[in-house]
Design a binder for this molecule. Structure first.
Ligand code: FAD
Length: 522
């Protein structure tokens, strides 16, 4: 997370935005922008990146009307801008709809290339009615009254009359495909315009009727009635030329540090407080901070999380003091709604004065990735909750009188609510919610809680093994590996089996307070 993500590079046909380039790019632009706010730690975003690149390539020539961009909300320098734009889940798609830097959230039927492309067309069509963006040609259909007088007239360019069914997108896509080409204008007409069909003798749709510069006119024969065929035929007419895009000048410089964080040596058989602190840093200052107001269920989930961490976070120290103060403050407030900025102020300023601060930066150790964008926050969140399950088992009375002890599996219940309400990766929370809903009633004790979370984490590991979010240096294996815990593994009739007693014993040790290393911690 510390450096620029490699999910997208400057070689991709899109613009990589950052905190300093987002606003200037939008406000100085004569085109609209479709921006994907993503997070480089979100597995779904990693998978989706290939689709987004195909889309960007597919609509590259539309850039004078609408550009495609990305912004990585997991980069520290982008935290504030993602909060300003209220990005709560990844990926979030927004389209700039005016030069006043405002955005509309957009969603299509799905996020596949065709749906996103149609969404772009719809947005452009709606906004060109208000004569914006400046360089977008009209996507509205022309009428026979407007088109028929052009027949027989000489001109300095071709006019292609694209006749199609009203719900077809091909004509509008071809208009945009030809945006960067001079010498030809594409105008769209509808199959319902009977005088036009009569005059041009058009009987099938879509069809292109071509008006030549010398005043002659005829059907344009296309082998297949596909967007690609029509666009290529028009681009290769004699005298038609591609010009360079004017939008390129507005493209902001790629943002973010290009170099990675220095490597921190660590021992895989230990847990690092720097990772736990970074999890809380990210959670409090980034993930929660995108919710401007806490009320109702959100406020309850936040209070429960703070209570849980304040009671179970191991080792005392300034993190526990901070969480205790935060917890007391939250419980003492009779408010139904709390602006998140008040929480941030407390975390950032008042507590610092009292010497109870949380690290100022993310510092991954056991959770560092072999390259930026891998591991980091989700790794640290798993680690934090594993630690909390083990602490709950070690201190059975720690949650007394907190209201949380009434649950059979309080750590899992709080984790479940947190993941469902705040975790940025929606795919992850959907999967996790399904798993908890199906299995939590089986968990009746603190040790079953430890084992349930271990087992669920291994299921996720199995699902993600070999996926794009799998760090080659830290492959997703069934954990703990034999090198960490040989006695955890057995074989029965030639088939691998876990020794659950030894697994529990291992987890109790691995995630215990005594196995926490303060190395690299602040
Ligand atoms: P992680 O899986 O994050 O593990 C972190 C560390 O925990 C490991 O390095 C290891 O030391 C230890 N560990 C590993 N396995 C276990 C275990 N079984 N028990 C105890 N400790 C273990 N990503 C997706 O793409 N799709 C999803 O559906 C998804 N769901 C998620 C649900 C939750 C609740 C969370 C917190 C994350 C989810 N993620 C999902 C992210 C994904 O699980 C990883 O966290 C992320 O890919 C980073 O992987 P990692 O290699 O750092 O190891």
């Amino acid at each position: 997370l510390g450096g620029a993500s490699r999910l997208y590079t400057e070689d991709d046909p899109l613009v990589i935005l950052g905190s300093s380039s987002l606003k200037p790019t939008i406000s100085n632009s004569s085109s609209a922008w479709l921006v994907q706010f993503y997070s480089s730690w979100c597995g779904h975003c990693i998978h989706y990146s290939s689709t987004w690149k195909v889309l960007a390539q597919d609509v590259k020539d539309w850039q004078d009307a609408i550009g495609v961009a990305v912004l990585d909300c997991a980069q520290e320098e982008n935290f504030d801008v993602c909060r300003d734009y209220n990005i709560q889940f990844y990926p979030t798609f927004k389209v700039s709809v005016s030069t006043k830097q405002s955005f509309c959230v957009c969603s299509g039927a799905d996020r596949e290339v065709q749906s996103m492309r149609r969404l772009m067309v719809n947005i452009l069509q709606n906004h060109t009615r208000q004569e914006w963006p400046q360089r977008c040609p009209s996507l509205e259909p022309y009428s026979s009254a407007e088109l028929l007088p052009l027949l027989g007239q000489k001109s300095d360019h071709y006019t292609a009359v694209f006749v199609e069914e009203p719900d077809s997108y091909v004509g509008r896509e071809v208009i945009l495909d030809l945006l960067l080409y001079s010498g030809v204008q594409v105008k769209r007409a509808l199959s319902s315009d009977l005088p036009l069909l009569d005059a041009l003798k058009v009987t099938s749709f879509p069809s292109v009727y071509l008006l030549h510069p010398d005043g002659t006119h005829a059907h344009l024969h296309s082998e297949k009635k596909l967007r690609f065929f029509f666009s290529s035929l028009l681009r290769t007419l004699p005298g038609v030329q591609r010009r360079s895009s004017s939008a390129v000048a507005h493209v902001g410089a790629p943002s973010g540090k290009q170099d990675s964080e220095p490597w921190r040596d660590f021992n895989r058989s230990q847990v690092y407080t720097a990772d736990l602190e970074s999890a809380l840093h990210y959670l409090l200052r980034v993930e929660l901070a995108s919710h401007s107001m806490l009320e109702g269920e959100k406020l309850k989930v936040f209070k429960d999380l703070v209570t849980l961490v304040s009671k179970l976070y191991p080792g005392g120290g300034s993190v526990v003091k901070l969480m205790e103060t935060l917890s007391d403050w939250l419980l003492s407030l009779p408010l139904q709604r709390i602006p998140y900025q008040a929480v941030l102020d407390l975390v950032n300023n008042k507590m610092r004065i009292a010497g109870m601060f949380l690290g100022e930066e993310l510092r991954w150790v056991g959770c560092q990735g072999s390259r930026p964008g891998l591991r980091g926050y989700p790794c640290s969140l798993w680690t934090l909750f594993h630690v909390l399950t083990v602490q709950h088992d070690a201190m059975p009375n720690a949650l007394d009188n907190t209201g949380l002890e009434v649950e059979a599996a309080p750590v899992l219940q709080v984790m479940r609510s947190y993941i469902r309400t705040f975790f940025g990766c929606q795919e992850c929370s959907r999967h996790f919610e399904q798993a908890v809903a199906a299995g939590i009633q089986e968990v009746k004790s603190a040790e079953q809680q430890i084992v349930w979370l271990w087992n669920q984490h291994n299921r996720v590991n199995a699902r993600l093994a070999g996926s794009l979010s799998d760090d080659p240096l830290f492959p997703k294996v069934q954990w703990p590996s034999p090198s960490l815990c040989a006695s955890c593994h057995e074989e029965r009739n030639g088939v691998h089996e876990w020794n659950l007693d030894n697994v529990l014993h291992f987890l109790r040790h691995h995630y215990s307070a005594s196995n926490l290393s303060p190395k690299y911690s602040l």
